[in-house]
Write a protein that binds this ligand. Structure first.
Ligand code: ATP
Length: 250
């Protein structure tokens, strides 16, 4: 379980998070949504231990700043960070050693295979494309078998096969009781994943939506109504590009 309790963060005079509280229970996928500047990264970075903040954050009931909490917590940042001098395989090994996790050769190979990294495993961090780095970053988070995992815009930069694989891995983790929090702008990408969505703006949670209580209401419409943003109009086909149905009449 992940609990954020009255989290506040100021940058100078900007109050980026104002007494924010929310929780994602075990075996649930939470989504943090909000327009640019809403405060999502501030919340994410606070949970990941990258910012000083006021309030409390608990991971499996433990203060997020403690070593025991960090041991069962994984974080996939928006921008992957690679060690230039380590190969893909060495990144995975480094993380498992740092966390003191036993992972068999077979499990490692399966993970690399899932994200199509098998033939990239001897490449160095600085020889990878952005999407490959993102995949390695995801593998490093998954290999420690976290109880709580936080992913910041995890689909950005991934190819369609990797997005599909990531979604299926996240659903498997949920089945195993893992707590998952995803920050994203891409509602479409998470529509089959989410259990609870927190809509943020101007440092506050404006709405918390639980899928099973939503009935026929559409999350996207709720998002636009609660944030006051407007959905872009449906795009018309530009003149001259209309598709003509029926047989070719030349
Ligand atoms: P986006 O979707 O654009 O990434 P966000 O929801 O992640 O936005 P934050 O990055 O958390 O929003 O920013 C929340 C507020 O805090 C904004 O007003 C932003 O300008 C401000 N802010 C963020 N980081 C800093 C910083 N390092 N110094 C000063 N102000 C900051």
């Amino acid at each position: 379980m992940l609990e954020v309790i009255r989290l506040s963060k100021k940058y100078g005079k900007t109050l980026a998070a104002d007494e924010i509280s929310f929780a994602v229970p075990d075996g649930r996928i939470g989504i943090l949504l909000g327009p640019n500047g809403a405060g999502k990264s501030t919340v994410i970075k606070s949970i990941a231990g990258l910012l000083r903040f006021q309030g409390a954050i608990r991971i499996q009931g433990m203060d997020a700043r403690t070593l025991d909490a960090k041991r069962c917590f994984a974080y996939v940042p928006e921008l992957p960070y690679m060690y230039d001098a380590l190969t893909v395989r060495e990144h995975i090994e480094f993380i498992t050693r740092a966390y003191g996790v036993e992972v068999s050769e077979e499990e490692r190979n399966q993970l690399l295979e899932k994200f199509e990294l098998t033939d990239k495993q001897e490449k160095l961090g600085n020889e990878l494309s952005k999407g490959m780095m993102q995949k390695v970053s995801i593998c490093c988070a998954l290999v420690i078998q976290p109880k709580v995992i936080l992913l910041d815009e995890p689909m950005v930069g991934l190819d369609p096969a990797a997005i599909k694989e990531l979604k299926s891995v996240l659903l498997e983790l949920r089945e195993k009781g893992c707590t998952i929090l995803i920050s994203t702008h891409m509602l479409e990408m998470v529509k089959e994943l989410w259990d609870v969505t927190f809509v943020m703006d101007k440092g506050h949670i404006l709405g918390t939506y639980v899928r099973e209580n939503l009935g026929n209401e559409d999350l996207e419409e709720l998002y636009f109504s609660v944030t006051g943003q407007t959905a872009p109009p449906e795009q018309a086909t530009p003149p001259g590009q209309a598709v003509q149905a029926g047989p070719d009449r030349r």
